[in-house]
Design a protein around this ligand. Structure first.
Ligand SMILES: [Zn+2]
Length: 282
């Protein structure tokens, strides 16, 4: 897919599993399990779908997946699997070397979005993309350093503090124009200043939804995760953003959907619904 000066590529970076009940908040299991079935421990399979944006002068990565440096206990709890792909194998498939990445936009710093941002050499974390600037929201970074008891477990400090210590984080403060085709949109329902990435040329638009809409099953308004810090804020943000997505026929890109890379949505008297799905960007 091409939008403006960018070629867009969806990158699979492995899968993991989270509790289906937590992923769907107040929605009863008989409804959500029709969309994504649970395993014997009630976990649903989630993708780690990152986005590569290539132009003549930039090679941008949006989020870095869960990453590979986890112990057996962690991998078992979260059923982390790299059977189909990893960030490195997907980048290799597209002929992109780590040192060619010019920018990494991190939507937020939860471990499943920033895990691939660092490599470990002799137990020391170093930037996985040595020539890249990492783009992070300032207020989110401050929050991530000392989060609340509710969400502290989602921030693994050595996946992002080393980037700060290297001086390679470019901080943004709220909504920001990244360039003529890319805008960062700050949202506050899931966590403090999660930045969504909107790629547009005025004709076609794709929104990288991150954990605003983790899967295509989360399009209906009440389908909000228990992980969100402010579920009512998420609902307000859905009510603001989704009508525009319908009106302008945006592609909504899902980082965690196990099958669907992107979808177009519509609405009727019952609310928003998925009208067309895409397993890859074409
Ligand atoms: Zn996530």
């Amino acid at each position: 897919m091409r939008i403006g000066k960018y070629e867009l590529v969806a990158l699979n970076t492995g899968t993991f599993g989270l509790d289906g009940g937590a992923m769907f908040g107040i929605i009863p299991k008989p409804l959500w399990e029709k969309k994504i079935p649970a395993d014997e421990m009630n976990r649903i399979t989630l993708g780690g779908r990152c986005l590569l944006l290539k132009s003549e002068d930039k090679t941008i990565l949006v989020d870095t997946g869960i990453g590979n440096y986890w112990d057996e206990k962690f991998k078992k709890i979260y059923r982390v699997e790299f059977e189909t792909a990893s960030l490195k194998s997907s980048l290799e498939n597209y002929g992109v070397k780590s040192d060619e990445i010019t920018d990494v936009i991190l939507t937020h710093l939860h471990f499943d979005h920033t895990g691939g941002s660092v490599d470990f050499i002799d137990d020391k974390a170093v930037p996985a993309f040595p020539n890249a600037k990492y783009h992070v929201q300032k207020k989110h970074f401050e929050w991530a350093k000392s989060a609340s008891p509710k969400d502290r477990g989602s921030f693994i400090q050595n996946r992002f503090i080393p980037l700060f210590e290297e001086g390679i984080i470019n901080f943004h403060d709220g909504d920001a124009e990244f360039d003529e085709n890319i805008n960062l949109i700050a949202t506050n329902g899931h966590t403090v200043d999660q930045q969504l990435v909107k790629i547009s040329d005025g004709n076609q638009t794709l929104l990288y939804c991150a954990d605003f809409l983790p899967t295509s099953a989360h399009v209906p308004i009440p389908y909000v995760m228990s992980y969100d810090l402010l579920p009512l804020q998420t609902i307000k943000e859905k009510e603001k953003i989704l009508p525009q997505a319908v009106e302008e026929e945006w592609f909504l890109f899902f980082e965690h959907d196990p099958k669907t890379a992107a979808a177009k949505i519509s609405m009727n008297e019952k609310g928003f619904f998925v009208k067309e799905t895409f397993e890859d960007l074409i």
